[in-house]
Design a protein around this ligand. Sequence first.
Ligand code: APR
Length: 230
Amino acid sequence: MKKLVFSTGAGMSAESGIRTFRDANGLWEEYPVMQVASHTGYLKDPALIHRFYNERRKQLLDAQPNNGHIAIRNLESMFDVQVITQNVDDLHERAGSTNVLHLHGELMKVRSTKHEERVYTLTRDNCETSVDTRDEYGDPVRPHIVFFEEPVPNFSAAMRLAQQADIFVVIGTSLVVYPAASLIDCVRPGTPVFYIDPKPAAISRPNVTIIAKGASEGMAELTEILKGMQ
Ligand code: APR
């Protein structure tokens, strides 16, 4: 089976009711990113960070995977599908995608502040944390999110996946945050690349097929195209 690799951003989850970051009335309009999503911000006001991610988890609990997530899952019957996502929601997993690599962490997980390899998955009815939350060893926990100013541990694995892609699809990202935005540069020359986004950002790479639509509509159109590329 051909390797079909997706690189998804916040726009992938927009139709599930999850706010993007940089669209009009995006998340960063309400919360300055350096205050609630940076390492400095975390050190300065961890209580605010816990509240911010508690709020995003609440929003996620009411969200459902959209037809775009489901279309990606359905392509697993025709391709070896790998999803690389900048999103911290679990909608790809809840849609049934089996290979999902998170670059910026996972909203439903927290980790020990003393032993970062100790990662814990929160449940629907127990997903609020605070500076007083302790793990089983008595250590404080923090969101298992890659804050700005922190390294992106999964990026080298993501690069390898992009290099192996026979077909590469970018969905719903403004391509402004690195290193995620540079994944497309790892795709071998001549590999077909598709970009689904209603307001696509400029892409320097030649021969990219732009589908200027939302994730669900765009994935329906792309699925028809991919049927002839197996
Ligand atoms: N379907 C597909 N794409 C959409 C939709 C939709 N229904 N609605 C909006 N979009 C597109 C926008 O046009 C934009 O290009 O989604 C993109 C959202 O861009 P951002 O808000 O910048 O999100 P993203 O690119 O994922 O941000 C990258 O920045 O804030 C950090 O860590 C955070 O992972 C995030 C990273």
